[in-house]
Design a protein around this ligand. Structure first.
Ligand SMILES: Cc1cc2nc3c(=O)[nH]c(=O)nc-3n(C[C@H](O)[C@H](O)[C@H](O)COP(=O)(O)OP(=O)(O)OC[C@H]3O[C@@H](n4cnc5c(N)ncnc54)[C@H](O)[C@@H]3O)c2cc1C
Ligand code: SF4
Length: 475
């Protein structure tokens, strides 16, 4: 069994480099880019932890995983124990270990980050979760008296899944209603296979199914049933609304309705959910990208996912972003991966018109160059158009990735649920109660587009709020 070295020796151990597929090879396949730490690397990296008296890393974790304890268990080579320790606070570690922005959360707060490199907390989370999965260990059916009350969860993204998992463990009968035919929300329809293999999401969903959670797909709440119908006619004592923020924003420039223009949501959903990347085994539900010029507008993670997906479908893929690289909201790792794979970046440039032929098919775009002015409300320097810098650029396919808003279906069909000016549901921050008795909400539908871990934390908080409400009955 490995042991911790004296503290000074620990700081001499190098942060372990994650093995990854060669960029030239992975640019042509949809297999996972990061390959995971080896057991030896995992132990070495965990041994770097100083086991601080005040583990500041935990302040950076939105669900307060007991990082210091799980790292100690990794050093002791008790990987299953480490996975169990993480699962006390995070039910989806194999997913969060892959997609959480650790560099701005736990790892940014690790004391080692001040003078050295932080402990690879995210990579270690992934390592122990994968280890547990490789042993075929699944969660047990909860041995708890049933409460005899039914709860409906609307949406099967991370918020819905974590809420369902906690409620079933508390003894409630839980049904998850999902509008799509696949379960997992953005984890399956948004984040591509090469960052998060869908098999991992499927295993997590199956785990919940084995624990007793019932899943109903192809059911749109607000159309198939209203929330009132769920509560008054279908016998649900409480409802958790976790429908995400899936309504894409457009740029409102001329030409956005031309054939060849997609929202990133539509493009990624078609490729991920309808398996366009397996063409010709599956029919391709997106325009042929091979050798085509594909322009992606935006600088966030969604833009990186869209551009890297287009690249893998054979496109000459370029990001157009109106600010500079320093202001890009995407994770550094995603930007580097995209560059290594051959994606081009046109910074300080934005399209102002999309141009089509007589068949309404996109063929080019008018762009304008920008410079950075004073900071705006977001704290980032405002992009200002440079006069007379317009130019025409040929383009075959354009993908708009500038953000998502909330779908109004729930608020339109349940007007007694209060929303803010962006259409997000207003909740009490402690209990996740909405303005409608018995109805709770959490995840992106409350915060606007955020992160997997925040959605997951909101789901857990809502489960506690629902339990409190169904136990004492007062609203
Ligand atoms: C392309 C992309 C990449 C991202 N990458 C990252 C990343 O790397 N790291 C990270 O932390 N975050 C990332 N995010 C953000 C993250 O995925 C979201 O913050 C998170 O998934 C929100 O979870 P949720 O459960 O609130 O909603 P969602 O994951 O959006 O799930 C909502 C579910 O509700 C269903 N639904 C909607 N309306 C209804 C209805 N009326 N009836 C029934 N079901 C309904 C939807 O079909 C969906 O399945 C990314 C987002 C996108 C789009
Ligand atoms: S802050 Fe860093 S060194 Fe300290 S306990 Fe957390 S991971 Fe270990």
């Amino acid at each position: 069994m490995a042991e911790f070295l004296p503290p000074k020796e620990r700081t001499k151990l190098p942060r372990q480099v994650m093995p990854e597929q060669d960029p030239l090879i992975r640019a042509h396949n949809f297999e996972e880019v990061n390959l995971g730490l080896t057991k030896e690397q995992a132990i070495l990296d965990a041994q770097r932890c100083l086991q601080c008296k005040k583990p500041t890393c935990m302040d950076g974790c939105p669900v307060e995983i007991k990082i210091i304890d799980f790292l100690e268990l990794v050093v002791e080579e008790d990987f299953l124990g480490a996975a169990r320790k993480i699962k006390e606070d995070n039910v989806l570690p194999a997913i969060c270990g892959r997609v959480c922005p650790q560099e701005t959360q736990c790892e940014a707060k690790c004391v080692l980050a001040k003078r050295f490199e932080p402990v690879s907390i995210g990579r270690l989370e992934r390592f122990v979760a994968d280890y547990e999965m490789s042993k075929g260990i699944t969660s047990e059916i909860p041995r708890i008296d049933k409460k005899g009350k039914k709860v409906a969860v609307v949406g099967s993204g991370p918020a819905g899944l974590s809420c369902a998992g906690d409620l079933i463990n508390m003894g409630y009968d839980v049904t998850v209603f999902e509008a799509l035919h696949e379960l997992g929300g953005v984890l399956v329809y948004g984040i591509p296979e090469f960052r998060l293999p869908k098999e991992i999401v499927r295993k997590e969903v199956n785990n919940l199914r084995n624990m007793g959670v019932e899943f109903k797909t192809n059911v749109v709440i607000g159309a198939t049933y209203s929330i009132d119908e769920l509560m008054k006619e279908e016998g649900y004592s409480a409802v958790f609304v976790a429908v995400g923020a899936g309504l894409p924003w457009f740029m409102n420039i001329p030409g956005e309705s031309l054939a060849g223009v997609y929202s990133a949501n539509e493009f990624l959903t078609r490729v991920n959910l309808m398996k366009a990347y397996k063409f010709p085994e599956y029919d391709s539900p997106v325009l042929d990208c091979k050798e085509r010029r594909v322009a992606v507008f935006g600088g966030g993670n969604v833009a990186m996912d869209a551009v890297r997906t287009a690249l893998r479908l054979g496109a000459k893929a370029t990001i157009y972003y109106r600010r500079s690289e320093a202001e890009m909201p995407a994770r550094d790792e995603e930007i580097h991966h995209a560059k290594d794979e051959g994606v081009k970046f046109e910074m300080l440039t934005t399209p102002i018109e999309l141009l089509g032929d007589e068949n309404e098919r996109l063929h080019s775009m008018k762009c304008i160059r920008m410079e950075l002015g004073e900071p705006d409300a977001s704290g980032r320097r405002r992009p200002v158009p440079i006069e007379n810098s317009e130019y025409i650029e040929p383009v075959d396919i354009a993908i708009v990735a500038i953000g998502n808003g909330s779908n109004p279906l729930i608020s339109q069909t349940s007007p007694d649920i209060d929303t803010n000016k962006w259409g997000n549901i207003n909740v009490d921050g402690d209990t996740m109660r909405t303005s409608k008795p018995g109805v709770f909400a959490g995840g992106d539908i409350v915060t606007g587009g955020a992160t997997v871990i925040l959605a997951l934390g909101a789901g857990r908080q809502a489960a506690r709020g629902i339990d409190e409400y169904l136990t004492d009955g007062s609203w």
